[in-house]
Design a protein around this ligand. Structure first.
Ligand SMILES: [Zn+2]
Length: 295
């Protein structure tokens, strides 16, 4: 019999979770809007209740359920299980793991959202044969996780690679982080929506159908992402990149200009090989990676 774990992915607008077995199969999945109070603070009791009823619904996992993995945005102390600061959730110094553990009486672990995606791809997806790679999640925001020699990289700010706030245009748009020209303000799904007034999905469908404006927009998005990736690859000495998140559904419309830019600015030689690969899981890598903390 396989062991199971629950993977929970807390996003800016949605709460997603899945029952995952040790082989990385999602046997049941749910998604709901995140409840917030009048001050816009995400409701932790609501999250806890949703997990409890999901466990209740999946009684067949009883006894084989190893625990719950929570993927959260923000700056985290994963050892202590504290969300130190998550601007999109209105959380500041929230002892998330203690709270859920006491309520649900199961082992609970915390991981960064993009780091969970990296772990999910590493264990079960496009990175399962790679010892090191950078995983970039292109969604409402832009985050990244770094797998180095099979382990998730963790710095002083937790397991977070803030690629979305690397500057790609020195005198570009002012960013909420204080910098100018941050990548996130150009290549995220929300940036594309802001520029076009249309959902990113419709824009890449238009690009796939040959619409010239949509193609030129994805050309620009791909080039800027490529510039930032070259910086990261040079910095970390990692040649493999996996692109995930909702925007990665654009496929080669996005990846072709990314690859062209990377190859123009970086010359693979000897042991330095460069590979830009689409993720295996565009929307469930976080659930899988969070659950995998228990396997
Ligand atoms: Zn920024």
């Amino acid at each position: 019999m396989s062991n199971f774990a629950i993977g929970v992915d807390i996003g800016g607008t949605n709460l997603k979770m899945g029952l995952v077995n040790q082989e990385g199969l999602i046997l049941d999945e749910m998604s709901t809007s995140l409840n917030r109070n009048d001050a816009g603070i995400a409701d932790i009791s609501f999250i806890c209740q949703q997990i409890a009823s999901f466990i209740d619904k999946n009684k067949e996992a009883d006894g084989l359920l190893k625990g719950i993995g929570i993927a959260s945005p923000g700056i985290l102390d994963t050892e202590k299980g504290i969300v130190q600061y998550a601007v999109n959730l209105g959380w500041y110094e929230v002892p998330l793991i203690d709270f859920i553990q006491v309520q649900l009486k199961l082992p609970v672990r915390l991981v960064g959202d993009a780091a969970a995606g990296a772990i999910g791809e590493s264990k079960f997806g496009a990175g399962c044969r790679l010892s090191s790679f950078l995983y970039v999640c292109l969604g409402t925001g832009v985050g990244a996780g770094l797998i180095l020699k099979g382990k998730i990289y963790e710095g002083d700010w937790g397991p977070i690679i803030n690629i979305g706030h690397t500057s790609v245009i020195p005198d570009g748009l002012p960013c909420k982080c204080g910098n100018l020209g941050c990548l996130e303000n150009y290549v995220s799904a929300s940036a594309v929506k802001e520029r076009t007034g249309t959902d990113a999905q419709q824009v890449y469908e238009a690009a796939s159908n040959g619409d010239l404006y949509a193609r030129s927009l994805f050309q620009e998005v791909g080039e800027l992402l490529g510039i930032s990736l070259v910086n990261c690859m040079q910095l970390f000495g990692v040649g493999n990149v996996i692109i995930g998140g909702g925007m990665s559904r654009a496929g080669n419309v996005l990846l072709d200009p990314v690859r062209a830019t990377v190859l123009k600015r970086m010359h693979p030689s000897g042991s330095l090989s460069v590979q830009i690969t689409p993720a295996a899981f565009t929307s469930t890598a976080g659930i899988l990676g969070a659950a995998a903390l228990h396997f």
